[in-house]
Design a protein around this ligand. Structure first.
Ligand code: ATP
Length: 370
């Protein structure tokens, strides 16, 4: 397996469209990196450049310290698994899996052994004589993975491999691929649109927008310390609530006054940072995740918490969780609660927030204030 470095990688398809802009990352041997971002942000282009299927406009790619810009795709020792499986329809599963090995002129008995081993890992031994048309989506995906595994590549690239599967199968395959990564001890780069895949599969997540990196970090840090408003809104479902407000110093403390006049307390350390950085009387965005808005029924306030009220507009019950959609003088919020309690539509509810759960973002740049 291998480590991979991208240095200032750029891709322009034409003079005015930059698909990837100044992308740099060092990926360690055996690391699992997940790439996420909205449609068209350059994820596939990036994978194709790493695989050698697309030229770079600028920048460098290194595999195990060796510059590979000029190396053709077949010499890079990288396997790519696609969303549409890309199996050869006229070949059996066995021939699909063995195709790349045959091209390498491996001995028949070695090809057999590698296919048997991969088929066993993926539980597809019984499908060897079938053609792709006679396979389910999940089976096709396993064969596509098998075809990549037998090559024992240095690096696996996966471009939304589970996107065509139903939710249940997706869940199973997600776990299979995570296990596979542990078994093969391989370096993997995995593109997805799926929040759960992004949060659960990778050692690190790369969040992209318009061809540019927004943040590269562990799933935990991306979720708990988003670098900017875009990452805060993109990771997490339902999205983080973003409330507009103004910072006000009151004696030794600071509050954020929302557009309806509600004052939310700011934690002492954060208040110091905001005041030091000159945010007094300035507009900022306060971000609060739905799970940190706690609908309270009891009347005695908790001193640790700060409060905001709202009218219940919609109650969404997913079975496991309940989401309250709240509105208040132009402010919209979603609160996640574990059960409906005694809350009904059009109720005015009091929402408790721990000041330490509030994120702050600069109004102009959208960057997190830390
Ligand atoms: P999706 O999630 O929809 O697959 P993506 O993040 O993978 O999107 P890319 O497919 O890498 O995005 O595309 C990035 C940008 O480059 C888009 O604006 C796209 O239109 C453009 N693009 C991709 N391939 C080409 C091409 N061959 N010629 C011209 N422009 C292209």
């Amino acid at each position: 397996m291998a480590d991979l470095s991208l240095r200032h990688v750029n891709k322009k398809y034409s003079s005015n469209t930059s698909a990837v802009k100044d992308f740099s990352i060092d990926i360690e041997d055996e690391e699992f990196v997940v790439l996420v971002g909205p449609s068209g942000c350059g994820k596939t282009t990036l994978l194709r450049m790493i695989a050698g299927l697309e030229d770079l406009t600028d920048g460098e790619i290194y595999i195990d310290g060796r510059r590979v810009n000029q190396l053709s795709a077949k010499d890079r020792d990288i396997a790519m698994v696609f969303q549409n499986y890309a199996l050869y329809p006229h070949m059996t599963v066995y021939d699909n899996m063995g195709f790349a090995l045959k091209l390498k002129n491996l001995k028949k008995k070695d090809i057999n052994r590698k296919i048997e081993e991969a088929a066993k890992i993926l539980g597809i031994e019984h499908l060897m004589d079938r053609r792709p048309a006679a396979l389910s989506g999940g089976e096709k995906q396993r064969v596509a993975l098998g075809r990549a595994i037998v090559r024992e590549p240095k690096i696996f690239l996966m471009d939304e491999p589970l996107a065509n599967l139903d939710v249940q199968l997706r869940g199973q395959m997600r776990i299979e691929i995570t296990k596979l990564h542990k078994t093969l001890k391989s370096t993997m780069i995995y593109v997805t649109h799926d929040q759960i895949e992004a949060m659960t599969m990778g050692d690190r997540i790369v969040v992209m927008k318009d061809g540019e990196v927004q943040q590269i970090d562990t799933p935990e840090n991306i979720y708990n310390h988003p670098a900017n408003l875009f990452v805060a809104g993109f990771i997490g479902s339902p999205q983080m609530n973003i409330l507009e407000g103004t910072v006000h110093q009151q004696n030794n403390i600071a509050v954020v006054r929302l557009i309806d006049g509600t004052e939310l307390a700011i934690e002492a350390d954060m208040a110091e940072i905001l005041l030091d950085k000159g945010y007094n009387d300035k507009n900022i965005y306060a971000g609060i995740r739905p799970e940190h808005l706690n609908a309270v029924v009891k009347s005695s306030p908790d001193k640790k918490m700060t409060y905001i009220s709202g009218e219940v507009e919609v109650i969404e019950n997913t079975g496991a969780d309940v989401y309250l959609h709240l509105k208040k003088c132009g402010i919209k919020m979603i609160a996640k609660i574990s059960k409906i309690a005694e809350i009904e539509l059009e109720d005015q509810v009091n929402i408790a927030v721990n000041p330490s759960d509030i994120h702050f973002f600069d109004e102009e740049t959208g960057e997190a204030i830390i």
